[in-house]
Design a protein around this ligand. Structure first.
Ligand code: GDP
Length: 219
């Protein structure tokens, strides 16, 4: 059945190009853990990202080029320099870090307001759901003020970077959003999709970690 679905997907959405993703979040959010978990299928020992890492992910027949941007305060201002041509932004949040949620909200607000991400799909990984006291996806959605966001399609996915729980569900949502984008122009970077471009209805709410709801946007 899974094989049949994959074949059907490949027929409906023939892979025409590599999709560009930026992976952002404060330092210690779990970006690098998630990056390598989805790339290698295993957790790795990480060190704070200095500058950026670039890795490739594949899901179904889609290829992604993933830019993992350093999350330390002095590196965050440079995130926007990587936004041009981005198809999807993946924001990783340490849901145990309530002290810095205001900073996360501010950074996410800047990301959502950036002209080069006007049509990008925005996935928020509510990470560290294995930790006691972690904010769940619904609480994080409220804390970031996402319910008011209409400009982009967005989705909050509960996950655990260490075990990988919830990561494929998040990638599945991104895949469904970007699979309809037009091919990249020859000799140039892929443009972010225009806000009015046809897109599928948001994926049915994927089960979030620990039985918590996985809010999704109506954009
Ligand atoms: P980055 O600075 O955003 O790249 O964060 P890292 O990927 O380096 O992770 C920071 C720390 O959080 C590391 O000690 C990871 O092992 C840990 N970590 C990442 N994801 C999870 C998770 O889902 N649960 C728990 N408990 N720890 C995690």
């Amino acid at each position: 059945m899974g094989q049949l679905f994959s074949s059907l997907w490949a027929t409906l959405f023939p892979s025409s190009r590599t999709y560009r993703l930026v992976l952002v979040g404060l330092d210690n959010a779990g970006k690098t853990t998630i990056l390598y978990r989805l790339h290698l299928g295993q957790a790795v020992e990480t060190h704070p990202t200095v500058g950026c890492n670039v890795e490739s992910w594949s899901h179904r027949n889609l290829a992604f080029e993933v830019w993992d941007l350093g999350g330390q305060a002095n590196l965050r201002p440079s995130w926007a320099t990587y936004y041009r041509g981005t198809d999807a932004a993946v924001v990783v949040v340490d849901c145990t870090d309530r002290a810095r949620i205001g900073i996360v909200k501010s950074e996410v607000g800047a990301l959502l307001g950036h002209e080069h991400l006007a049509g990008a799909a925005v996935l928020v990984f509510a990470n560290k759901q294995d930790c006691a006291g972690a904010m769940g996806p619904a609480e994080l959605t409220t804390a970031l003020g996402l319910d008011a966001v209409r400009r982009q399609a967005w989705h909050v996915q509960g996950c655990c970077g260490l075990t990988g729980e919830g990561l494929v569900e998040g990638l599945e949502w991104v895949s469904q959003r970007v699979a309809h984008l037009p091919p990249a122009p020859v000799g140039g970077v892929a443009p972010a999709v225009a806000p009015a471009a046809p897109a599928p209805a948001p994926a049915a709410a994927a089960p979030a970690t620990a039985g918590t709801p996985a809010p999704t946007s109506t954009a």
